[in-house]
Design a protein around this ligand. Sequence first.
Ligand SMILES: Cc1cc2nc3c(=O)[nH]c(=O)nc-3n(C[C@H](O)[C@H](O)[C@H](O)COP(=O)(O)O)c2cc1C
Length: 222
Amino acid sequence: MTNLTIVFHSRSGNVHQLVERAALTAREAGAEVRVRKAAELPDPMVLDKPAYAALADATAEVPNADLDDLVWADAIMIGTPVHYGLPAPQILNFIDHTGPVAIPGKLMNKAVSAFASGSMPHAGQQAAILALHNAFCHWGAVIVPNGSAAAVLHRPGNGAPYGTGTISRHEATSVTEDNFAAIEYQTLRTLQIAGAIERGLKPEPKITMVSDERLRTFGLDV
Ligand SMILES: Cc1cc2nc3c(=O)[nH]c(=O)nc-3n(C[C@H](O)[C@H](O)[C@H](O)COP(=O)(O)O)c2cc1C
């Protein structure tokens, strides 16, 4: 069975919606899933205070991410709001503290994938995802992008080959069905690549099988 850790930050719930769908998709596929929040920072900049309070309540029981959550995982997904074209500072702060496991190589060969929510089109979703990819290179992890082949990625609001991105227009919890399809695809593809790495590198692989047939339900023509 593949272990998937999903680390996220969210203020008005859009990233959290993607996280919940990714976790559901992975569990249905047979993976073991840990959902973890990046620890909050002092004095966070909050635009939508009621949505922030509602999300804080809804995720009160979700543990903060720690380094064991990364070491335990075969696959890691990181979800973030866009902040000035960058990942949220809570996510960057978490990544800043991964040295004790990253430097000795404990994150090498993990399948990693990133997704983002921004308020406007073309306003930094891809830049934020690519910024996370920089850190993944330092970890020696294997980046899993969405690519362009699956038909679901051609729907309105999708399209970025780098990873799923949503356009919230500052509306809380406004993820579209098209975006949900993209994150489902991204999750299964990440599990599939984690399984391939496990099969290729471990003498006794423990994997969650994601078949090509299942991925074809997303309109993949290969
Ligand atoms: C400090 C700050 C900076 C932001 N910068 C951007 C930005 O550069 N581009 C963008 O599209 N949205 C930006 N936003 C908006 C959020 O990324 C957007 O509302 C997102 O959907 C929030 O995700 P969430 O609902 O998971 O919190 C910013 C929000 C804050 C608080």
